[in-house]
Design a protein around this ligand. Structure first.
Ligand SMILES: [Fe+2]
Length: 220
């Protein structure tokens, strides 16, 4: 994967790299030396990876069709526990499409798959520790008959020399957050670290939800 090319490609969508840099500076100022809370991997980490694993999950390869759903741009900085940016960290995300369906054999729900959604993306952080993805807001889905999981994005962040981090990002303001058994296992401080406030913005005339999710890794 050519990360640099992906950065440049998305940088054309309204100065996203500038935003990431600014927020990166904020992250360093507020870095509190505590690791990003761990959340379960869940059953839907890809068994088979798509051919296209770039940072734009809204399109597959060179196809013009775009995934359905609200556009989301999530970015952040990966730092060590001394608040130093980590270059080259592998950031992976995976999630459901807008209907709440994963592209995974273990997802037996009847929610339809979106044939235009990438479902998984990965990149390495740049020299400032930054990453970002363009995706869509995942749908909620039933984890059991009495438990509907709120929209969330799964993360795995790794680099040799650091403890691998597996977690989940949530969307602030979603009423399902208060009843989610996985999110509610965290204390309120830790919940605040994985519940992200997304702001609506217009990028090239399109409405986009933008959010910042910074991640701290511990040394191995
Ligand atoms: Fe999930």
């Amino acid at each position: 994967m050519d990360t640099r090319r992906n950065f440049l490609k998305l940088a054309g969508l309204g100065g996203i790299t500038t935003i990431a840099t600014f927020k990166g500076a904020q992250a360093l100022a507020s870095c509190d030396f505590r690791q990003t809370p761990i959340q379960p991997l869940g059953p839907f980490y890809p068994k088979a990876f798509p051919i296209d694993t770039d940072v734009d999950l809204t399109k597959l390869g060179n196809r013009s069709a775009r995934a359905k759903g609200e556009l989301v741009i999530v970015s952040g900085v990966v730092t060590d526990d001394f608040c130093r940016p980590i270059k080259g960290a592998i950031v992976e995300i995976w999630q459901a499409c807008h209907t709440g369906r994963y592209n995974h054999p273990s997802d037996t729900s009847e929610n339809p798959l979106d044939p235009d959604f990438q479902y998984y993306g990965t990149m390495r952080t740049n020299e400032r520790g930054e990453y970002f993805f363009k995706t869509i807001k995942p749908g909620a889905y039933l984890a059991s008959e009495t438990w509907r999981r709120p929209p969330h994005i799964h993360y795995k962040v790794s680099l040799r020399g650091y403890q691998e981090l597996v977690t989940q990002l949530y969307f602030a303001g979603d009423s399902l957050n208060h009843h989610d058994r996985i999110l509610q296992e965290l204390n309120s401080d830790d919940q605040n670290k994985v519940v992200v406030s997304f702001e609506r913005d217009l990028i090239e005339g399109e409405s986009v939800l933008k959010g910042i999710f910074d991640i701290t890794l511990k040394k191995a």
